[in-house]
Ligand binder design. Structure first.
Ligand code: 13P
Length: 297
């Protein structure tokens, strides 16, 4: 089926207390792994492309691969821009047929974040495309920050409410204790902050840096208002670990498919585990109905 927009999926997830999995893809195999996993779990899914992935795989290549995968799928698939750094990249993705955008102005002063987000929302909404924004900063492993910096950068629920009102964004990424790129599940989330942000902001919330969050904390975060869970590192780790194993086992192999195929399978299994954790397995049909209702009204 054609790609779907993210908004009705996230609203459906919010109303039904589950979260839509959003997985980063960088090449053909990761796109296939994500869509095959979503098919196997009958789950709606978001495939997200970062600017780094665009530099590696090419914006049009990756968009075309996702679109082709979605066309053959029976589950709803969204093509989303992850952490767009400004107006231009958002407009390039809009033109390339992305069905969900993100502007990450979280490192900018509040007023600047509001102004650029509002501008992108206006342009995207004119084309019927929803926009995720970010308030509060989710750091990355390796950033030179202290525990106090992380605490200081957590999202203020009242500011989140003001930000959503001023920008008209459709969903909001919040800083609640996770850190991008963690290899072990040790991050501690501020669940009460998530609850307050959900209550005050009134839009579906997005959890970034989810590879480092323990399963129980993910479940609680979804109960408290997280509707989209971003996962990148855990999927890349599964893919690369299997790829390293294949290469070590078959040092003379020259058929690319024999090395990449098992890695794709490993990534697919990890995506399936995450989709089950997020409660989105079996939700594809109802989520698709929600898309049809929103798009026809
Ligand atoms: P992880 O790489 O920590 O899973 O974070 C992914 C993410 O938040 C992408 O936006």
């Amino acid at each position: 089926m054609p790609l779907v927009i993210s908004k009705p999926l996230l609203e459906h997830a919010r109303a039904n207390h589950y979260a839509v999995g959003a997985f980063n893809a960088t090449n053909l195999e990761t796109v296939q792994a994500i869509i095959e996993a979503a098919e196997a779990e009958a789950a709606p899914v978001i495939i997200q492309i970062s600017e780094g992935a665009m530099r590696y795989g090419g914006l049009r290549y990756l968009a075309a691969i996702v679109r082709a995968g979605a066309a053959d799928a029976t589950v709803p698939v969204v093509l989303h821009l992850d952490h767009g750094s400004g107006f231009e990249v958002n407009m390039r993705c809009l033109q390339a047929g992305f069905t969900s955008l993100m502007y990450d102005g979280s490192a900018k002063p509040f007023e600047e974040n509001v102004a650029t987000t509002a501008l992108i929302v206006r342009a995207a909404h004119a084309c019927g495309i929803p926009v995720e924004a970010e308030l509060g900063q989710v750091f990355r492993v390796g950033d030179a920050v202290t525990a106090a910096d992380i605490q200081q950068a957590l999202t203020d629920p009242d500011k989140a409410a003001e930000f959503v009102r001023l920008t008209g964004c459709d969903s909001l990424a919040v800083a609640v204790g996770s850190v991008h790129g963690m290899r072990s599940q040790e991050a501690q989330l501020d669940q009460e902050r998530i609850r307050q942000c959900a209550l005050k902001a009134g839009v579906p919330l997005v959890l970034h840096g989810s590879s480092g969050v323990p399963d129980d904390a993910i479940r609680a975060a979804i109960e408290n208002g997280i509707c989209k869970v971003n996962v990148s590192t855990a999927i890349g780790a599964a893919f690369c670990s299997r790829l390293r194993g294949q290469c070590a086992e078959s040092t003379q192999e020259h058929d690319i498919r024999k090395l990449l195929g098992p890695a794709r399978e490993e990534a697919k299994e990890r995506v399936r585990q995450k989709l089950r954790l997020f409660g989105s397995s079996g939700k594809a049909g109802a989520a698709l109905d929600a898309c049809r209702t929103m798009c026809s009204s």
